[in-house]
Design a protein around this ligand. Structure first.
Ligand SMILES: [Ca+2]
Ligand SMILES: [Ca+2]
Length: 529
């Protein structure tokens, strides 16, 4: 009996060993070692030139020198200034000849997959990119957001949303004015009370009680952050992009935010604020950013919808003339049904990179992409901190910029770009870099606290099929024009809110039901991955 049990155990052990062996054989790409190329190999790369205009990537900046030293790969940059890049690369892709090995793609990228100008990456990833495979396991939204309807992956997207932990569109306000009034900002009602008090009092102490602007923003769409208090995660950019329409409820049912009954509640509140003189009239029809920010720094504005990381800068800019002025990031206001949320930036950005059909060595390019995009060492070098001992040091186990970067009087962004860190190539921003840049300000710590507690995911990135793309584009163009007009009219009061139902049925008649079906299919497709 004992003997038989032992035999059984042995068989089981052997079976497990065999399974493990099969498992590791199928568990993905082999790890590579540096250098990636034994003799220096040139890879051509078309991308937008350095945002720091003083130095071009063609000058081969220090971080790229280090990259070449480590990998054996020399990049031949084919760069174009950002303003004319898309047009230039579209022409090259249309001609379809002598394409660079690697390129930054223009908008509407799937047409280049269809025409065969770019090659599928998924097989290459599975063979040569162990760190990208791990990345996709750890952050599945990056994989699903870049997987085409045919199941292939045609590009890598820059992942920049680490900044979302401290920098996002937020309600911001004058802490010193709030204190002076003895008020607090917790609910939408509190906001109404604060804005009203700013209107009615001479907050800036210039003898004129009427020159304060309670709430401002660079455009009306930015006031969408207050719709979040009504359970609708509207996109504050409102560019008319189709993803700005949809939200999924807890059961995964997709609905259109712009026809949801809760929209009327938000519009009613905004209409009240507008009618009572609480909202800057210039937000209707985008006001120039400098004019708007001049109002802020001239001590006129009580609150705004703005990127949270600007609050320390506004406070600093005002400090000489208005030493008491203090801009702070608010927690998102609680709405009438208890809704309280902030919208988190998408992981997958629109900055995307692909391997062309003319690529001479796709395996090598894939390894190189794995290194700069997802290998912790390459990520640190090319996307975030540069070279240890030169641009950063480890302090308590965390990378910290040296004076060379953090002491640059033009700001650390310019210094990074000049060194060749965090430029226009596939990269993933590390949260540490954001902490390094912004956590010296108390406002940023508060913004981070609110983000950690209240940020919710955006509607996911979904790559449409050709037919879906056509339907969505055609129908939404008309709907967007009508919707934007009507929303403005509801807020400024030229269209009574009694006509809200008529507005909804008009949009429904323009085909929103059909679009909803497409979105539900897409949503199911992406969430099933
Ligand atoms: Ca006033
Ligand atoms: Ca005044």
């Amino acid at each position: 009996m004992k003997k038989r049990l032992f035999a059984l155990a042995l068989v089981l052990t052997m079976l497990l060993a065999t399974m493990t062996a099969i498992g590791s054989a199928a568990s993905g790409p082999e790890e590579y070692s540096l250098p990636l190329a034994e003799t220096e190999t040139v890879i051509s790369f078309a991308t937008e030139d350095n945002p720091q205009g003083t130095v071009s990537y063609t000058e081969y900046l220090p971080a790229w020198h280090e990259f070449t030293k480590r990998t054996g790969i020399k990049i031949e940059f084919q760069v174009i200034p950002s303003a004319s890049y898309n047009e230039n690369i579209q022409t090259r892709l249309a001609a379809g000849m002598n394409l660079p090995d690697l390129l930054k793609l223009p908008p509407d990228p799937m047409q280049y997959a269809d025409s065969g100008m770019i090659v599928p990456m998924d097989e290459l990833i599975n063979q040569y990119a162990p760190n990208i495979v791990r990345l996709y396991e750890d952050r599945p939204e990056i994989k699903s957001g870049t997987t085409a309807p045919d199941g292939h992956i045609y590009y890598l997207a820059a992942v920049l949303n680490a900044r979302a932990i401290v920098n996002y569109q937020a309600p911001v306000y004058r802490q010193d004015w709030l204190d002076k009034l003895g008020l607090q900002l917790d609910t939408i009602e509190d906001w109404y009370a604060y804005l009203t008090a700013v209107r009615d009092n001479d907050m800036n102490d210039n003898g004129d009680p009427d020159d304060e602007i309670p709430l401002s923003a660079s455009s009306f769409s930015h006031l969408a952050i207050f719709a979040w208090s009504y359970g609708l995660m509207l996109d504050y950019s409102d560019t008319g992009a189709e993803y700005e329409y949809w939200q999924a409820d807890e059961d995964g049912k997709v609905f259109c935010m712009w026809t949801d009954p809760r929209l009327k509640d938000w519009l009613t509140e905004m209409n009240k604020w507008y009618a009572e003189g609480l909202i800057d009239k210039d937000v209707i029809g985008n006001q120039p950013s400098d004019a708007y920010q001049a109002k802020v720094t001239n001590n006129m504005v009580g609150a705004a919808s703005h990127f949270s990381m600007m609050t320390p800068q506004w406070t600093t800019n005002m400090s000489e003339t208005f030493p008491d002025a203090y801009w702070e990031v608010a927690y998102p206001p609680k709405g009438p049904r208890g809704d309280r949320a902030l919208l988190r930036e998408r992981a997958v950005s629109s900055e995307i990179y692909a391997i062309s059909k003319d690529c001479k060595d796709p395996a090598l390019v894939m390894k190189m992409l794995d290194y700069i995009y997802a290998n912790p060492e390459g990520q640190l070098l090319m996307g975030n901190f540069g070279i240890e001992g030169v641009t950063f040091e480890y302090v308590d186990g965390m990378p910290k910029f040296t004076e060379l970067i953090s002491g640059d009087p033009r700001g650390d962004g310019a210094a990074q770009w000049e060194f060749g860190i965090n430029g226009t190539w596939p990269r993933i921003l590390m949260p540490e870099i954001i902490q390094n840049r912004f956590f010296k300000f108390p406002q940023s710590a508060n913004a981070n606290d609110a983000a950690m507690n209240y940020q919710v995911a955006s509607f996911p990135n979904i790559i449409p099929t050709k037919d879906e793309n056509q339907a969505l584009k055609n129908m939404l163009a008309d709907i967007t024009t009508y919707r934007q007009e009507m929303i403005t009219k509801f807020v400024i009061g030229t269209e009574p809110l009694d006509n809200f139902d008529k507005y909804v049925s008009t949009i429904n008649a323009m085909g929103i039901e059909e679009l909803l079906q497409i979105k539900q299919t897409q949503y199911n497709r992406v969430t099933a991955q």
